[in-house]
Design a protein around this ligand. Structure first.
Ligand code: FO1
Length: 315
């Protein structure tokens, strides 16, 4: 089957699969709806880390070593800000800063986040649609022993150190799906929905918390396939494995599948986790084993092809 593909993505890992899907699908066949729960205002700028990761990775500009931001980055503005006594816990590269300035300026002129993101995607030569999950502000907050904290303060400022007892998405309910996201979900030629290998609690749940998303996924007429962020039973980067243990969970693919429940029909897991396949199948899911590590653009495209083949979508 040909048709359109809708991908739900968070930052780094999700962005890599989004880039792979973008590379193997003809221009215009992919819509990526991106988590904006990580967004925040910093030094007068609107920062949208997951949108940035998706745009930079889909356009091949991302820094693979660091995992976020642009390749070939310099940090002179940051040094200068530090010397002026400004906050320096969140690093803004010189070239990356241009994205935040352009976004903030256009938002201040009255453009929506969808319009600004579409403009940035076009400017970066991306031939697919990239939308924020919502044009309304949604802010992920984590509850730690010190109380509720904004996501980036905990993630970058505290290096994910304090234990998390609860997560909330301020602005939900009440945040509407971005029009482009809602339109992609309703397309008559929609062939599949892909949940990218992002953190289910911190990156995918905010997307699912947007008004109408869970209901629309519940009524889907097409397969919804999730790609597990686990490799060898652990998240490669980020706090997912820590969050699992803080919840008293073993943190295997069974926990990922249980978390998504009836929202998914199919899961792609890494070959190193083949031992989980039988139990997942017994639970009613179709399972595809693949190499899910994405070190290069070729890896991204290979995994994208495996995901699309698993749900019978031609590329
Ligand atoms: N992540 C860090 O670990 N440290 C940083 O200083 C940092 C700065 C940053 C600036 C712009 C941007 O778009 C992303 C940035 N990130 C940084 C990544 C970001 O905090 C997280 O990777 C995501 O929010 C989680 O998906």
């Amino acid at each position: 089957m040909s048709g359109h593909v809708l991908a739900l993505s968070g930052g780094v890992g999700g962005a890599k699969l989004a880039a792979g899907l973008g590379a193997v699908l003809a221009p215009g066949r992919l819509t990526v709806a991106v988590n904006t729960g990580d967004d925040f205002e910093h030094l007068g700028l609107t920062i949208c880390p997951d949108i940035d990761s998706v745009l930079y990775t889909m356009s091949g500009r991302n820094d693979r070593q660091r995992g976020w931001g642009l390749a070939d980055e310099t940090w002179r503005t940051m040094e200068q800000l530090r010397s002026l006594g400004e906050e320096d816990w969140f690093n803004l590269g010189d070239r990356d800063m241009a994205t935040h300035i352009a976004r903030s300026w256009r938002l201040r002129q009255g453009a929506s986040l969808s319009d600004v993101t579409a403009h940035l995607a076009r400017a970066m030569g991306i031939g697919h649609a990239v939308f924020p999950m919502s044009d309304d502000p949604v802010r992920t907050q984590v509850c730690t022993p010190g109380g509720w904290t904004d996501f980036q303060r905990w993630f970058v400022g505290e290096q994910c150190g304090p234990a998390v007892t609860a997560v909330r998405f301020a602005g939900t309910p009440g945040a509407a799906m971005a029009q482009g996201f809602a339109e992609a979900l309703a397309r008559p030629d929609l062939a599949a929905i892909v949940i990218c290998p992002s953190n289910p609690y911190l990156s995918v749940d905010p997307v699912l918390a947007v008004d109408g998303v869970r209901a629309a996924l519940g009524l889907r007429q097409v397969p919804c396939i999730a790609v597990s962020p686990l490799i060898g039973g652990r998240a490669l980067k980020g706090p997912l494995s820590k969050l699992f243990s803080e919840r008293g969970l073993a943190g295997t693919n069974l926990d990922i599948a249980a978390h998504y429940g009836a929202l998914i029909d199919h899961i792609v897991i890494d070959r190193t986790d083949a031992k989980d396949a039988d139990a997942l199948r017994t639970g009613g899911l179709a399972v595809t084993l693949s190499e899910t590590l994405m070190k290069s653009a070729e890896d991204q495209a290979r995994l994208a092809r495996a995901v699309l083949a698993a749900v019978g979508v031609e590329c």
